[in-house]
Ligand binder design. Structure first.
Ligand code: NI
Ligand code: MN
Length: 228
């Protein structure tokens, strides 16, 4: 499985030649503003959305317009919102694995909020648990640490967890360390930090804190790749 980090929570997963874009945030993102970011993408098959906040969904229409066969997977309310705009969507909610060509996917609980910029209700926020024959991956979405994370490893051993670490709106470093205990996963890709003034972290210190607990925190520069 190939994971490309763009910035904030935006990642691209490549599994079985399928390209899954997670929470696209470019046009309003200070790191990508005024760049031709769409040119970076040759193919997108799925767009996964964890919740309706603009820093996770603001470019869905742009991407769907360019890649009009891409299927937007999110909670029921978000799928209705984009479905009304003529975008292909697949609405789900908590509670079961659903099979796709890249593997099985489950929408899982997150402790956060979810509303569109225009005030439209964005359903319950969530994360995604992906079980594939290239390994299992957990994307928590914006959330604090929560006891429900203990359930995730019951479904299968994780290779990697993608967790927010910037604090204020989500977990900070110490909460993410606790989350990784709950998840029984020692390899964490940190996201949702340093994009804005109020979610700044010290990257060196963050890595050190994980290392002291026998865990690995991966922090990628923009557009860098890891293979899991
Ligand atoms: Ni959010
Ligand atoms: Mn966010």
């Amino acid at each position: 499985m190939k994971v490309t980090f763009f910035s904030h929570s935006t990642c691209m997963l490549e599994i079985h030649e399928k390209c899954l874009l997670i929470d696209p945030f470019f046009s309003e993102n200070p790191i990508f503003k005024n760049t031709n970011f769409l040119k970076k993408f040759q193919k997108i098959d799925y767009i996964l959305l964890t919740h309706a906040h603009y820093d996770h969904v603001c470019d869905v229409e742009l991407f769907s317009h360019k890649f009009n066969n891409a299927l937007v997977i999110s909670n029921y309310e978000i799928s209705i919102f984009f479905g009304k705009k003529g975008i292909k969507t697949y609405g789900i909610n908590y509670g079961s694995f659903i099979s796709f060509p890249f593997g099985k996917l489950k929408y899982v609980w997150a402790t956060h909020s979810s509303v569109f910029n225009d005030g439209t209700y964005g359903g319950n926020p969530g994360g995604f648990l992906l079980h594939t024959d290239e390994g299992n991956l957990y994307i928590s979405g914006d959330t604090s640490v929560m006891y429900e994370m203990n359930l995730i490893p019951h479904f299968g051993k994780l290779k990697l967890s993608i967790l927010p670490i910037g604090g204020r709106y989500t977990m900070d470093i110490e909460e993410a360390i606790l989350a990784s205990d709950f998840l029984k996963c020692d390899k964490i890709l940190g996201v949702h930090y340093n994009t804005f003034q109020d979610i700044q972290i010290d990257k060196k210190q963050a890595k050190k804190r994980f290392f002291e607990k026998g865990k690995e925190l991966i922090l990628l520069e923009k557009e860098k790749i890891i293979y899991v």
